[in-house]
Design a protein around this ligand. Structure first.
Ligand code: GLN
Ligand code: ZN
Length: 756
């Protein structure tokens, strides 16, 4: 009998009750000392380690914990501090330098933040300009020792590998990659040597970049790098950890001289790949078979089937069981969810429950399947009960929504004439993106209502009061198309999740999005369908207060899908279509209630792009189809808008065009016209809302700045195609600054209008 090992790749940082987040925010606002912050977060970290041990995990990751972001941790471990933060007298090891880079200061803007692969986690982009790396602290060693001393845990230090770390950063030319790598390599080796002499057995080196489409030119460099590392630490066992997809140049990279390879068997086609190309005899396979990106329990019978296939290729004593990626991307435990329907709850598996599944499977391999038959049966039954429940049955007799025709009655050239007739808007109409400032008062009243201290009627009256106030303000400012302000919404996805069938909003299902910001993605557990109008009341009320048009406001199907935890028993695209049909009903309701302009936001459209380009087309086709399923049953004279926040369009232009939205609003201030150039080059013929000022800053924009942005666009696209608006929703802004900024925007539009 060989003992099969269970392993984990990373554990959530935020604490069951978001203690971590709360401590950080208190520290930032000055109400917690550094010592208290470190004590609280240490408790959170040790708690996580303790739990992993109790749940039966043999190889527990250490050093995956972070006070903000693990990429930033890596940068600071090597003393990589952007120049603009170097003059403040703080050292690279200072916590305040760390937070300054992440969050910016009065004097220096924050480092860029961007998506961690295709997840909703965002990392801080390292800036390697003039990098002179040094080893400030051997972080993995510190955390390894801590776990050992405090808890007697022999941890598996985690470190972001050199190839991924450098590739995720900026501030150097492609041709400088090798020389940059050469500067870091000795430091990586130093870290590993120190770990080796401390008696560490396994070290997890994360190299997720290997799943992306590397050109192939890097392969010799990667080989050389790992050759050098392997020679330097001969007795240390390194596992090269990949996730989110299968390795791109598998046949070549899988032979890198390391003791183990971590593959994701949930996303991508690793199973196919190892069947076809095998797995090296001299390596341990860290098999990521439990989905680290989703919250559904596994039918362990099914997973067992996958393990059996793997065992035909890799002998059991070279298999280690683990999640497909770090559990950073899922909430901590379902135990706290006391109000969920037991059928749904039994079908869930958050981080802790996933670790239990891993431990069970490892036991099964070690002692034989009969040893775990009870657990296997329980999981199968739970999944069956959920699958056979009323929640999930409807789709079986449904139509294939992918086949449903989804086209507007007439082409844009015809529609726009009817819309102009119906709407009677001036040249360069002005509007906003939807949300208006949500004051502390709005949040307070919502909380009171949620707690039952305020009746629904009182709450709605309060919301109406806000709507009325802001309709008056918008009229006063002179905007052409008004919005109701979205005061009733906490979050643009959660709001719909609370109202559509098939969704469930959890109480504690938080995951880290960036820094201390956590999101609570709704669960799509069943067939999605329309239940009752979700936005009509507010829009109709707002419209009743003014002669101007009030724009209806919805979140689009792709964004709802991408920002939710989606059931995994049917294809995501089927779920997407169900959401689209539900939203279509809402749009029809709005139209029937005389709302003639309807905006369907899709900020997550680009985000959802698969990691590998060969999968882009299928995704984009489905995304476009869903958007059109939702938006095309309206009359010609009803105008459909969409909004995408900051997004580059160059490589997805065709899909954007095919959405066939009458108006698309895009950012034009921060990119200095870069984004609009795609529309210029392609002679886009529909209307474009120019996001002329950056709402992320409290600054009131200067007239000249806005004019410049507008003139730039007018130089190539006819003026009649443009709208003028801020670049995103105004929810996070203060009232006074919003009013001041919108006034400037409206004045500028009027002035340019007169020049035409
Ligand atoms: N309508 C939403 C708002 O204004 C859009 C938000 C977004 O694009 N992220 O808040
Ligand atoms: Zn936006």
């Amino acid at each position: 009998m060989t003992q099969v090992t269970s392993s984990n790749i990373g554990y959530p940082r935020i604490g069951e009750q978001r203690e971590w987040k709360k401590a950080l925010e208190k520290y930032w606002n000055g109400s917690l000392s550094q010592q208290e912050l470190l004590a609280t977060t240490k408790e959170v970290r040790l708690n996580g380690l303790r739990k992993q041990k109790e749940l039966g995990i043999d190889l527990i990751p250490v050093g995956d914990f972070s006070l903000y972001d693990h990429v930033l941790d890596t940068a600071l471990m090597f003393g990589i501090v952007p120049e603009r933060f170097q003059n403040n007298g703080l050292s690279a090891s200072s916590l305040d330098t760390y937070f300054a880079i992440a969050r910016g200061t009065k004097e220096a803007y924050a480092s860029e933040m961007t998506k961690w692969f295709n997840t909703n986690y965002h990392y801080i982009v390292p800036e390697f300009d003039h990098a002179k790396p040094i080893l400030v602290e051997n972080r993995p060693l510190t955390f390894y020792r801590e776990a050992k001393e405090e808890l007697g845990i022999e941890g598996k230090p985690v470190i972001l590998g050199p190839i991924s770390f450098l590739k995720l950063g900026k501030g150097y030319k492609e041709t400088e990659f090798t020389s940059l790598l050469e500067k870091f390599l000795p430091l990586y080796i130093q870290i590993l040597k120190e770990l080796e002499s401390d008696g560490v057995e396994w070290v997890q080196i994360d190299e997720p970049i290997l799943v992306t489409e590397l050109s192939g030119e890097e392969i010799p460099i990667i080989k050389q790098t790992y050759q050098t590392i392997a020679e330097a630490v001969p007795s240390l066992k390194l596992v090269l950890q990949t996730y989110f997809e299968s390795i791109h140049h598998y046949e070549e990279l899988i032979h890198l001289p390391v003791a183990g390879f971590g593959l994701d068997f949930v996303h991508g086609d690793a199973l196919e790949v190892i069947r076809q190309f095998g797995f090296p005899q001299d390596k341990v396979l860290f098999a990521g078979i439990i989905d680290g990106r989703n919250v559904w329990r596994k039918d362990l019978e099914q997973t067992w089937g996958i393990l059996e296939i793997i065992q035909q290729i890799v002998e059991q004593d070279r298999i280690i069981i683990q999640p497909s990626c770090s559990l950073l991307h899922v909430p901590i435990t379902k135990e706290l969810e006391h109000t969920l329907d037991p059928i749904i709850k039994a079908g869930l598996s958050f981080a802790d429950e996933k670790l239990k599944e891993i431990a069970i499977l490892a036991d099964g391999l070690t002692f034989g399947k009969t040893k775990i038959s009870k657990e296997v049966n329980e999981s199968t039954e739970a999944i069956q009960r959920l699958n056979q429940s009323n929640y999930r049955r409807k789709s079986e007799n449904g139509v294939d929504l992918q086949e449903v025709q989804a086209e507007r009655q007439s082409p844009f050239s015809q529609r726009i004439l009817e819309q102009q007739e119906a709407l009677q808007l001036p040249l360069l109409p002005t509007t906003t993106i939807g949300s208006l400032p949500q004051t502390a008062e709005v949040r307070k009243q919502r909380l009171r209502w949620r707690k039952g201290d305020l009746s629904t009627q009182e709450y709605e009256q309060f919301i109406n009061k806000e709507i009325k106030k802001w309709i008056e303000i918008q009229e006063e400012i002179g905007l052409d198309v008004l919005v109701h302000g979205e005061f009733e919404r906490t979050d643009m996805v959660e709001y719909f999740g609370e109202k559509l069938n098939g969704f469930q909003v959890t109480k504690y299902g938080w995951v880290q999005s960036y820094g201390s910001r956590c999101v609570k993605p709704p669960l799509i557990f069943g067939d999605v369908s329309f239940d009752h109008p979700m936005t009509v009341k507010e829009s109709v009320y707002a419209q009743s207060l003014t002669d101007k048009h009030v724009k209806g406001m919805l979140t689009g199907p792709v964004t709802i899908l991408n920002w939710s935890f989606v059931r995994d028993d049917i294809s995501e695209f089927d779920v997407l279509n169900q959401i689209a049909i539900a939203l279509r009903k809402e749009i029809e309701e709005l139209e029937a209630n005389n709302i003639t302009i309807i905006q369907v936001d899709e900020p997550a459209l680009r985000e959802g792009l698969p990691l590998k380009r060969i999968n882009w087309e299928a995704y984009l086709n489905h995304a476009v189809h869903a958007f059109k399923l939702a938006t095309t049953t309206v009359k010609n004279s009803t105008q459909i808008h969409t909004h995408m926040c900051y997004s580059s369009f160059g490589d997805i232009y065709d899909a954007i065009n095919r959405l066939d939205a009458d108006v698309i609003s895009i950012e034009t201030s921060r990119s200095h016209g870069e984004l609009i150039s795609t529309f210029e080059e392609n002679t886009y013929n529909k209307e474009i809302g120019l996001g002329v000022y950056d709402i992320h800053s409290p600054r009131v924009p200067a007239k000249e700045e806005l004019k410049e942005n507008i003139y730039r666009a007018l130089a190539t696209i006819p003026v009649k195609q443009f709208w003028i608006n801020p670049d995103c929703g105004l929810k996070t802004r203060k009232e006074e600054e919003t009013i001041a900024a919108l006034k400037v925007m409206v004045e500028v539009a009027q002035e340019i209008r007169e020049e035409q």
